[in-house]
Design a protein around this ligand. Structure first.
Ligand code: G3P
Ligand code: CA
Length: 249
């Protein structure tokens, strides 16, 4: 399902599951992404870090401690070590045995959706991460379904220099007007702004300058309706089922 599907969707803005469906399954795991798809999400959002031996893994934090049975930085563990860990049991006993997925696994096992892939740190912290990411998108045939998003301006610039056709989104928790200036400089396609920053005027301004606008994390019915009113193009939510129900009614 590519971006051309936007015009045949029953609802708008597009709905992306934030780290999958984290209200129902452990965040950033394959079951969580599959549940978001089952709920009808247009896409899934995920976070990427890199292991000591260069594997791109899907996990939110720099460290393993909060969501897995492991400890310490992802960057100081090998993929084989991360693979041993349980990423489900801290969420609930029901999900014991669920693993931290590699990016490649998510992109090959969770089909039929689009992807927001957030690069948490660029090559300053994870040398070569941009090259590795592009290789994986090419090899899995998912480049056209993916928007790479990041707060890391250097990483977005590197990606743009390496690939002029990759869809990029600049994440911002600050001044949206300043983000538009940065977006022009880097050459991204989307502005992804934290929800409380946005209003109709800013969304119109971004659209007028040629950007699509995404926002996160839109978790209540009121917020979903407001997101639609102010004209954003996509929302990222912990509850894709609720968001789709509200937007479809
Ligand atoms: O979609 C952007 C959003 O995911 C950024 O915040 O902390 O949930 O990765 P965070
Ligand atoms: Ca994220």
């Amino acid at each position: 399902m590519g971006i051309e599907m936007i015009f045949t969707m029953k609802y708008y803005p597009l709905v992306y599951g934030h780290r999958g469906f984290p209200l129902e399954a452990p965040e950033n795991t394959i079951p969580s992404f599959l549940l978001a798809r089952e709920a009808g999400a247009f896409g899934v959002e995920m976070d990427v870090h890199m292991t000591k031996d260069g594997e791109l893994v899907v996990i939110h934090d720099d460290k393993l401690d909060r969501t897995t049975t492991g400890t310490g930085y992802v960057s100081q563990r090998t993929w084989a070590e991360v693979r041993q860990l349980d990423a489900g049991q801290k969420f609930s006993e029901r999900w014991r045995g669920v693993k931290v997925p590699s990016l490649r696994e998510v992109l090959t096992q969770v089909k039929g959706v689009n992807y927001y892939v957030e690069v948490k740190h660029g090559s300053r912290f994870y040398p070569g991460i941009e090259e590795r990411l592009l290789e994986i998108l090419e090899e899995t045939g998912t480049k056209d379904l993916t928007q790479v998003i990041s707060f890391d301006l250097e990483s977005l610039s590197r990606l743009r220099q390496m690939d002029s056709s990759l869809t990029l989104g600049l994440l911002t928790c600050n001044d949206v007007k300043h983000a538009l200036v940065l977006a022009d400089e880097i050459g991204v396609n989307w502005i992804q702004a934290e929800f409380s920053l946005l209003d109709r005027e800013l969304v119109d301004m971004a659209h007028g300058r040629g950007y699509r606008v995404a926002t996160w994390t839109v978790n209540s019915e009121e917020e979903v309706m407001k997101a639609r009113e102010i004209g954003v193009d996509s929302i990222t939510t912990d509850n894709p089922r609720m968001a789709i129900r509200v937007l479809s009614s």
